[in-house]
Design a protein around this ligand. Structure first.
Ligand SMILES: Cc1cc2nc3c(=O)[nH]c(=O)nc-3n(C[C@H](O)[C@H](O)[C@H](O)COP(=O)(O)OP(=O)(O)OC[C@H]3O[C@@H](n4cnc5c(N)ncnc54)[C@H](O)[C@@H]3O)c2cc1C
Length: 427
C-alpha cells in the first residue's frame, strides 16, 4: 500500500484515484474548486430549479478506457449504447441525410453506411471509401508534419467530401478546423473509430447528467475504499529536493506524508505550481486551447423528434434533444468569445429556423449560454511536441490529464487513459 496525493478532480484525477483505491492504495484527492468534474460537470441552477451539463459530452464506442472506468464505478447502466453507427445529418431547409450502418457484418455495414450517405455525390462517397482503404494500408504513414487539409488534398478528396464529411468529423472530434488540426492525431482517431468493429463507431450518450454518471459514483467508490477527497484545496506550490517531490503546499495547508504525487491538472496550471531551480516545467510552453459554446434552450413545445442531429454547413454543429430541453453545441467557437448572449441567441435562432422550418424562437421559454473558453487543447502540429509522458524526472511525481501524450485528442478518453496509466505505474 502506497500513500498517494492526487491533484485535480476531473476525469483524469478521479479515474486515477478510483484505480488507486481499487488497488488498495491510500489516496487523498485535492481539488482547487468547490466541485469535482473539471471541464465535464453538471450545474444546478437554482433560478431554473434544474441541472444541466456545462456541455454535451459524447462517448464514442471506441472509448475503451472510458467504458471500463464507467463500468468500474458501476455506471454502465446509465449509458445509452446503440448497436451501430447512426447519425442524422441535416441540411438547410430541413432535409435529413442519415449516416447509418445497417445490420450487416463489419466492415460491410460501414461501407454501406458511406455508400448511402446521400448528402454528397457518389463520386465523393467513393473518394472517401478510397481514403479509408488507403489509411488501412498505411498504418505507419508519417503524418506528423501535415495538417488534415494538406492530407485531404494529397488524397484528392473532393471539396464536397471535405465540407460535408471530413470537416464535420474534425471539428466534432478535435474542436478545431481542418486547416489547424494535425493529420497524425486525426488518423489515430479514425483508426480507432472505423477500424475496430461495429461498436467502435457508435455514439454513446448518457441518460443522466455528468455528475450522476461519473462524479458521484467516483466519489462513492473513493470514499467507500476508506480514502479522502478535499475540495477548495488549491495547490499553489510543489517543492522538490533532488529528484523527489518533498512537499505539496495548498492555500490552506501543506502535505509531506506521501509516497507519490499524481498531478492531474491541465498543462497551463502546472507551470504555476512546479517551482524548482532546475525544473523544466517552469517554462513549459503552453498548449493552445479552444472554446466550445453550449446553449441550452427550454421549449414550450419540443418539435425535435430525433435524439440528436448533426448540421451540414451551419453555424451550429450539433443539437441534442433531452426531452425537456435541447442543447446546442458549437465547437471551434473562439469567434464567439466576445459576443453577448443576445448576439449568440440571434445567431442560434436564425440557424435553427433555416435548418428546422418548424422551429420558431417564440417556443423558447428559458435559455442558458455557456462559453467554455479552455474546453480542449488544440491538437495542432505544435502540440505533438509539447505533450508529456506520465513519468517525469522526479521519481515520485507522475503526470495525468487529457494533455498527456496518449496520441488521442483532448478528450475524456485521453484523460481516463492517463489516469489509468498513472495509477498502474505505482506498484
Ligand atoms: C463543453 C465541453 C464539451 C466537451 N465535449 C467532449 C466530448 O463530447 N467528448 C470528449 O471526449 N471530450 C469532450 N470534452 C473534453 C473533456 O471534457 C476533457 O478532455 C476532459 O474533461 C479533461 O479532463 P482532465 O481531468 O484531463 O482535466 P480537467 O477536467 O480540466 O480537470 C483538472 C482539474 O484540476 C483542477 N485544478 C487545476 N489546478 C489546480 C490546482 N492548482 N490545485 C488543485 N486542483 C487544480 C481543476 O479545477 C479541475 O477540476 C469537452 C469539454 C468541454 C468543456
Amino acid at each position: 500500500m502506497k500513500k498517494c496525493l492526487v491533484i485535480g478532480g476531473g476525469f483524469a484525477g478521479l479515474s486515477s484515484a478510483v484505480y488507486l483505491s481499487d488497488k488498495n492504495h491510500k489516496v487523498t484527492l485535492l481539488e482547487a474548486s468547490p466541485k469535482l468534474g473539471g471541464r465535464a460537470y453538471s450545474i444546478y441552477d437554482s433560478k431554473l430549479n434544474r441541472s444541466y451539463d456545462n456541455g454535451q459530452h459524447i462517448i464514442m464506442g471506441c472509448y475503451n478506457e472510458t467504458l471500463r472506468f464507467i463500468s468500474t464505478i458501476n455506471s454502465s447502466h446509465l449509458l445509452e449504447i446503440p448497436d451501430s453507427l447512426s447519425i442524422n445529418f441535416i441540411k438547410k431547409g430541413g432535409e435529413i441525410f442519415p449516416l447509418r450502418s445497417p445490420k450487416e457484418k463489419y466492415p460491410f455495414n460501414l461501407l454501406t453506411a458511406l455508400l448511402n450517405y446521400k448528402a454528397i455525390s457518389l463520386k465523393s462517397r467513393l473518394k472517401i471509401i478510397d481514403f479509408f482503404l488507403d489509411l488501412l494500408c498505411c498504418y505507419s504513414c508519417d503524418l506528423k508534419d501535415k495538417t488534415v487539409i494538406e492530407w485531404m488534398k494529397d488524397q484528392k478528396q473532393t471539396e464536397e467530401a471535405i465540407d460535408f464529411f471530413w470537416s464535420i468529423l474534425v471539428v466534432g472530434a478535435l474542436n478545431t478546423t481542418i486547416e489547424k488540426a494535425s493529420a497524425a492525431v486525426f488518423a489515430e482517431i479514425l483508426k480507432r473509430i472505423f477500424f475496430d468493429g461495429t461498436q467502435s463507431s457508435t455514439i454513446i450518450l448518457s441518460k443522466v447528467g455528468l455528475s450522476d454518471l461519473y462524479v458521484k459514483p467516483s466519489v462513492d467508490f473513493i470514499l467507500n475504499n476508506g480514502n479522502e477527497i478535499k475540495l477548495s484545496e488549491r495547490i499553489i506550490k510543489i517543492e522538490f529536493e533532488g529528484n523527489r517531490v518533498l512537499k505539496v503546499i495548498s492555500e490552506k495547508s501543506s502535505y509531506d506524508d506521501f509516497d507519490y504525487v499524481i498531478s492531474a491538472i491541465p498543462s497551463y496550471a502546472i507551470s504555476k505550481i512546479f517551482q524548482s531551480s532546475e525544473n523544466y516545467y517552469h517554462n513549459l510552453p503552453s498548449l493552445n486551447y479552444g472554446t466550445i459554446l453550449n446553449i441550452h434552450l427550454w421549449l414550450n413545445q419540443n418539435p425535435f423528434t430525433e435524439r440528436f442531429y448533426g448540421f451540414l454547413d451551419g453555424k451550429i454543429h450539433w443539437v441534442f434533444n433531452h426531452g425537456d430541453h435541447i442543447s446546442i453545441t458549437i465547437s471551434a467557437a473562439d469567434q464567439y468569445n466576445d459576443k453577448s448572449e443576445e448576439e449568440i441567441l440571434n445567431i442560434i435562432y436564425s440557424d435553427l429556423e433555416i435548418f428546422f422550418p418548424i422551429f420558431i424562437s417564440n417556443l423558447v421559454k428559458d435559455f442558458r449560454v455557456i462559453k467554455e473558453k479552455r474546453a480542449t487543447f488544440i491538437p495542432d502540429i505544435s502540440s505533438l511536441e509539447l505533450r508529456k509522458e506520465i513519468s517525469t524526472q522526479f521519481e515520485n511525481l507522475i503526470l495525468a490529464g487529457d494533455w498527456i501524450n496518449t496520441k488521442l485528442p483532448s478528450t475524456i478518453e485521453s484523460a481516463v487513459m492517463s489516469g489509468r496509466l498513472a495509477a498502474e505505474s505505482i506498484d
